[in-house]
Design a protein around this ligand. Structure first.
Ligand code: XBP
Ligand code: MG
Length: 227
């Protein structure tokens, strides 16, 4: 029987990427930066995990030197503020099956963790919007992008979550929506269930143990795993 579930956040718990994209674009306007990320552009840029890394990658790709790395830190901080405001205002809903799976996992005595590229404050905003609780009251362990040196597809974030859980990789399952998240989970030795999201539909998920449109459709498998 497995002991823990480790959840990705963006695209997995919720379709948050449109709110991230809007927060980036609003910040570009506020910073008088003539950048705009349309949906196709953003899909391509999502292959770079992490907002700061994505901003630096885009600048470098355009052969520009402005904004500097220091300015990118500030732009990203402003984007995070904007993202939190959007979540508080619009209430980005959880994906189908997420709440039920988390409730069922608790009933079955499992530990619950987060392994995300995004920052801790964004996890808090999502939990407050959807559970009306701080993240630590929903999850036992939270490993976020601001705590690691290397972002997904590097396994560091999953290794950190496993270490904090005190669980071996073979005793846990990762829940992901993207090929880079899946690669990170697999590199940490975890089996992974993938629910593709609007921005990751069509990615290569051949190394996933399970591939389902939504977590609703994984519930029967999950019950077998904890039976
Ligand atoms: C997905 C991401 C994130 C968000 C932006 O994270 O790549 O970088 O797009 O978040 P995950 P920040 O799927 O691992 O949750 O701007 O806060 O970095
Ligand atoms: Mg994701």
């Amino acid at each position: 029987m497995i002991k823990a579930l480790i959840f990705d956040v963006d695209g997995t718990l919720s379709e948050t990427e449109e709110a991230h994209r809007k927060a980036f674009n609003d910040t570009f306007v506020a910073e008088q930066l003539e950048w705009f990320w349309g949906r196709d552009e953003y899909r391509r840029l999502l292959k770079v995990a992490g907002g700061k890394e994505r901003l630096r990658y885009y600048r470098d790709e355009r052969g520009e030197t402005h904004p500097s790395d220091t300015q990118i830190q500030q732009i990203h901080a402003r984007k995070t503020e904007r993202y939190r405001a959007l979540l508080a205002r619009d209430e980005v809903a959880l994906r189908p099956g997420v709440k039920a799976l988390i409730t069922q996992a608790r009933v079955s005595g499992l530990l619950l963790a987060i392994a995300t590229t995004t920052s801790r404050s964004n996890v808090e905003a999502l939990c407050l919007a959807n559970w009306s609780k701080p993240a630590a009251e929903v999850f036992d362990v939270i490993a976020s992008g601001d705590e690691v040196n290397y972002k997904k597809p590097h396994p560091e974030i999953y290794q950190l979550a496993l270490e904090r859980l005190g669980v071996m990789p073979e005793d846990a399952v990762a829940v992901e929506d993207s090929s880079i998240g899946l690669a990170a989970a697999r590199a940490a030795g975890l089996a992974c269930v993938v629910t593709p999201s609007v921005y990751t539909e069509g990615d290569d998920f051949t190394t996933a143990r399970w591939l389902v449109p939504s977590l609703d459709e994984w519930m029967a498998e999950f019950r077998n795993l904890v039976a």
